[in-house]
Write a protein that binds this ligand. Structure first.
Ligand code: G3P
Ligand code: CA
Length: 308
């Protein structure tokens, strides 16, 4: 109970927004987020999937977005087109939005979805407005490792970056020329144009994307995604360092990285936790018992059944 109260106090706008738009769960209930729109049932990251998430009464759908060659924000998970187009070659950054829209992104999942096209973020938000919340995952769309490594080294003893060091961090990001800056700013503008600030959450594995959102759009909820990696044992430690420095509203790890103690610690810091991608009922039940705020799942109907 205290967790929900602290979430309410710290994320008041968020929950009030959910109430206004009926996009959030009532207090005391785990929010269910349809991953890529609920990719067990519809081709991922399509308007068909987002409509189905609404029909299933998920509280939110999640989508992935990045920048096209002509600077539009397009909804797609991968850096390349091939997986969901039946093999169209090349990278998203080399296609305009109009060029991407020539391709069918539904038939790989089922012939009845052959009319699906890559949605823009704007189209996806228009579909959701007033009906469901949207977790916007802004994909890490540039190699910022030099920039992030420098910030981590220079601020290794700082309790946080903001507000004290906000101007300096933004200057460093601007000087780096990172595409993540342009992408984050465009996403924020698309949300603001539609007055959907209370109906969306921004999440990203990119510390730079999160930093831009936290500095330039403090009215939005911004949550840091995280995962450990066998290939890079230091990866988790870097996410934990960014959690301290950025002080985001939430921390969303891979389900395998969640412990009951982590849930407790995050709540003690006034942060929410939304693990991904939780598709097994036993995992859903365990994480709900541990008190996670939300479950990101390909099977929102199953999560709603387990957590109701
Ligand atoms: O919502 C978080 C989750 O989507 C992160 O993983 O690879 O599915 O974008 P991925
Ligand atoms: Ca995602």
């Amino acid at each position: 109970m205290w967790k929900r109260i602290s979430t309410f106090l710290l994320g008041g706008l968020h929950l009030m927004g959910c109430a206004t738009f009926e996009a959030g769960a009532p207090k005391g209930q785990v929010d269910v987020i349809a991953h890529r729109g609920g990719s067990a049932y519809r081709p991922e990251n399509t308007l068909a999937a987002f409509r189905n998430a609404i029909a299933l009464k998920a509280h939110w759908f999640e989508l992935d977005c990045t920048l096209t060659k002509d600077g539009e924000v397009v909804v797609i998970h991968d850096d390349t087109l091939a997986r969901t187009t039946g093999g169209v070659p090349g990278e998203v950054k080399d296609y305009t939005l109009a060029e991407m829209k020539r391709y069918d992104v539904g038939s790989w999942f089922g012939p009845e979805y052959g009319a699906e096209r890559f949605p823009s973020l704007g189209e996806s938000l228009d579909l959701a407005k007033g009906k469901i919340g949207v977790y916007i995952e802004i994909k890490n769309s540039d190699d910022d490792s030099k920039l992030t490594g420098g910030i981590l080294a220079d601020f290794k003893d700082a309790p946080r970056l903001f507000p004290e060091h906000g101007d300096e961090i933004l200057k460093r990001i601007e000087a780096s020329g990172s595409r993540n800056l342009e992408l984050a700013r465009k996403v924020i503008a698309l949300v603001r144009e539609r007055k959907m600030e209370k109906q969306i959450v921004i999440q990203s594995f990119s510390a730079i994307v999160c930093a831009v959102a936290l500095i330039e759009a403090p009215e939005l909820r911004t949550e840091l995604l995280a995962s450990s990696s066998e290939k890079d044992p230091q990866q988790w430690g870097r996410f934990v360092a960014w959690l301290r420095l950025l002080d985001p509203h939430g921390f969303n790890p891979n389900k395998n990285d969640v412990t009951e103690a982590l849930v407790r610690d995050l709540h003690a810091q006034g942060k929410t936790i939304a693990p991904w991608t939780v598709n097994e009922p036993a995992d859903m039940a365990r994480l709900a018992r541990w008190g996670v705020d939300s479950l990101i799942t390909d099977k929102p109907d199953v999560a709603l059944g387990v957590t109701r």
